[in-house]
Design a protein around this ligand. Structure first.
Ligand SMILES: Cc1ncc(COP(=O)(O)O)c(C=O)c1O
Length: 535
């Protein structure tokens, strides 16, 4: 852990916990280090120390003195320096530091033994239970690693773990104000701040936390339908035929929501995209006009950051069409919504203030806890009208209905997910979150420059966001439609990295997602070098 002279004594070590005492001399400085999957609590027994904390997206210098306790959350890095003649600190790691914290797991060959051990037929002793929980961890994928690029998130934010503790300890349910006053205020504050960033006027900012971006898209269809045909809420569908227009590269959640809401998956109309993956608005116009023959155009979805290529549909152009035809405009910003936080990317979401609703996932790029998603709308009271029903009088006692946020949702008990994003946002500020996105964009640019001299790495299209989609050409230069998939499996099986793959008419390609707060160019380079070396 250190190159200096301090004395480190392990006082107590069990399978789960380790307690270490360290005696320091003046100016002793530890190496910069993380604690792998452990949280570390540090108590200063005597002396004064400097602690340099790196949370991935920001660094901080803390001064701690005798009697003070400090917590270094999972995922953070830090180094300490003793500022007094001598000093002593106590370190409690839970769970204890593993011998090789860098060891990553991207491939779990078999779960058969694990499945036998977790069967629920007998109750377990506590000691064994702890072992079993360790087994769960050991059979899980290393999403905390910068080499994890499989999803639209990567890494575990130390800040979100702090929030998670409060969520678990308070067990506040966001149904009613009286059972969760503080966390109701937190949810309202985040919705208000997101509405402001979008550019909606003060009295036109409403929203609710939902379990995932898919649920936010579901709510968009539900609200737009209620605005168009409020009678459906009580009478149900009576043969209406609605149409929802999405780009060919939009997320599949719109189809699912249409199935669940009784509109049918046939109500989803896929609009062609250009070579960058952005919606073709001429085709959108033609399809809307055509649909009027036998159906009602209900909603157009502009995706801000498509799932595979990270493309942004042209919101202003789409908003003009929606305005002309009086159709609800929903922006699916589940992945690309963070562009709102940085002036460098804000042009990608230009026009978003004209949207009727927006989906925003804080658990993707911004690393909040899964799930932390927001459905936002500029139509005040529409959520209440669309979701409130009678029968909840036993629960909802507020005169001011808006305080009981459960009324805005189809859920009853709701977890206080907004706290996770609030904690990150409050710590970094809007500017800090924007800088985090900007740094990842710089890494993307560095990667694209490096790829120029490597013709076997072929971009599917020039990225505008944090998705790099690249087809790997085999060493012999011959076309092999499955080669990129093979590369992906090689990365996984060698436990080097986990990236995802998709395909187009020319075969499979890799999708690298840049999202980890500690991501360095060297990580991306190592993945691509491995990709080139696959035989
Ligand atoms: C553009 C887009 N919208 C919606 C979703 C669904 O989000 P969630 O996984 O939070 O349900 C995704 C997920 O990848 C997405 O990429």
């Amino acid at each position: 852990m250190s190159s200096c002279n301090y004395k480190r004594t392990v006082i107590h070590s069990t399978e789960m916990f380790e307690i270490v005492s360290i005696e320091w001399n003046n100016s002793d400085l530890s190496d910069f280090h993380d604690h792998g999957p452990s949280q570390c609590m540090i108590k200063v027994e005597n002396g004064t120390f400097e602690n340099h904390l790196d949370l991935g997206y920001k660094t901080e210098l803390q001064i701690i003195e005798t009697g003070q306790v400090l917590s270094t959350p999972v995922g953070a890095k830090h180094k300490m320096r003793c500022l007094t003649q001598a000093g002593k600190t106590l370190h409690v790691y839970s769970p204890r530091i593993k011998d090789n914290p860098d060891e990553a797991r991207f491939y779990i060959p078999s779960l058969s033994k694990f499945c036998q051990e977790i069967n629920l037929s007998d109750a377990s002793e506590f000691g064994n239970l702890l072992n079993l929980l360790d087994q769960v961890r050991n059979h899980s994928i290393s999403v905390h690693s910068p080499y994890f690029m499989n999803q639209l998130f990567s890494g575990i934010s130390p800040l979100t773990l702090l929030a998670q503790r409060v969520i678990s300890e308070t067990k506040a349910t966001l149904a009613t104000y009286e059972a969760s006053p503080a966390l109701t205020a937190i949810e309202s504050e985040v919705i208000e701040a997101l509405g402001e960033l979008i550019g909606w006027p003060k009295n036109h900012r409403d929203g609710v936390v939902v379990p995932g971006g898919s649920a936010a898209n579901f709510m968009a269809i539900h609200c737009s339908r209620h605005k168009s045909e409020p009678a459906i809420k009580t009478a149900g569908l009576r043969g209406e035929r609605f149409r929802i227009f999405v780009s060919k590269e939009a997320h599949y959640s719109f189809k699912k929501a249409s199935a669940v809401l009784g509109l049918g998956t046939d109500s989803i109309v896929s609009v062609a995209v250009d070579s960058s993956g952005c919606m073709n608005t001429s085709e959108l116009k033609a399809l809307i006009e055509d649909s009027r023959k036998d159906s009602t155009p209900l909603m157009v979805v502009a995706t801000a950051g498509t799932t595979v290529r990270g493309a942004f549909d042209p919101i202003h152009e789409i908003a003009d069409i929606c305005q002309e035809h009086n159709i609800w405009l929903h922006v699916d910003g589940a992945w690309g919504g963070p562009a709102l936080f940085t002036s460098q990317l804000k042009n990608l979401v230009s026009g978003i203030e004209r949207a009727d609703s927006v989906a925003f996932d804080a658990h993707k790029l911004f690393g909040a806890d899964l799930t932390c998603s927001f459905f936002l709308t500029k139509h005040k009271d529409l959520l209440l009208c669309a979701n409130d029903v009678s029968g909840g009088e036993y629960l909802f006692h507020q005169a001011d209905v808006c305080l009981d946020r459960g009324k805005l949702s189809w859920q009853c008990g709701r977890s206080a997910d907004a706290l996770s994003f609030w904690t990150i946002w409050k710590s970094l500020g809007t500017k800090g979150l924007g800088q985090f996105v900007d740094e990842l964009i710089s890494l993307r640019n560095q990667t694209l420059s490096w790829m120029i001299d490597r013709p076997r790495l072929q971009l599917i299209s020039m990225p505008t966001y944090l998705n790099i989609c690249v087809r790997v050409i085999p060493p012999d230069g011959q076309v092999d439609i499955d080669w990129s998939k093979r590369v992906r499996e090689s990365l996984r099986e060698s436990n080097l990295a986990m990236v995802n793959y998709s395909h187009d008419d020319n075969g499979t390609f890799l999708r690298l997602i840049l999202a980890h707060p500690f991501l360095k160019f060297e990580h991306i380079q190592k993945i691509l070098q491995h990709a080139l070396a696959v035989k």
